[in-house]
Design a binder for this molecule. Structure first.
Ligand code: ZN
Length: 190
């Protein structure tokens, strides 16, 4: 009985955090669209990352799941890490910081740093990065960005695979899902 109650209240806390993070991300990304030809609403992507973590990776850590919804807010909107810390706490902010590229650096440098840093980030950050790459590779296959040449798509594929090499060892199911997504993209591009 006591255990059930503790479980229920823990569950309620998680739902509250996810509802708040979803509303926050939807508000921050409200004017943004994905790069794909169909210009889907941006919020579809953080929700897809959350769903991958929950359904495929069976991740249940509240900070990881909450940070998944927020993972692009600092990099791609006017959101600051202080805002995230105030609203969602230091643990979530630390993870969001780890998955945020430094936009003051040139794009090629940022991409290289993602490859170099992948192995040294925390487990929550690795899980989010894995799910992020699965979502992005799936999107390039299903709804590619307008104007991307075959070469650019192949470069994206190789770069994603290089980042994921550094993320291995934290969640086999997500790694398999990434390999499947990569294979599906290779088939589409062949
Ligand atoms: Zn993302």
């Amino acid at each position: 009985m006591l255990v059930d109650q503790a479980h229920a209240s823990g569950g309620e806390e998680l739902v509250s955090a996810l509802v708040a993070a979803m509303a926050f991300a939807a508000w921050k990304h409200q004017d943004q669209r994905r790069k794909g030809r169909s210009h889907r609403p941006y919020i579809n992507h953080p929700i897809a990352v959350l769903q991958l973590l929950w359904d495929v990776g069976r991740v249940r850590d509240p900070a990881t799941l909450t940070a998944a919804l927020l993972h692009d807010t600092v990099e791609d909107t006017d959101t600051t890490l202080d805002e995230i810390r105030e609203a969602f706490g230091a643990d979530v902010a630390r993870v969001v910081a780890e998955v945020t590229d430094d936009k003051s650096l040139p794009k090629a440098v940022r991409k290289q740093l993602q490859v170099e840093h992948a192995a040294s980030v925390s487990v929550p950050a690795k899980l989010i990065k894995l799910a992020d790459k699965i979502s992005n590779v799936r999107e390039v296959a299903a709804d590619p960005p307008e104007g991307w040449s075959l070469t650019r798509k192949l470069e994206y594929l190789e770069w994603s695979a290089a980042v994921v090499e550094g993320l291995r060892g934290v969640n086999t199911d997500l790694e398999v899902a990434f390999s499947d997504a990569l294979l599906a993209l290779r088939v589409v591009l062949a």
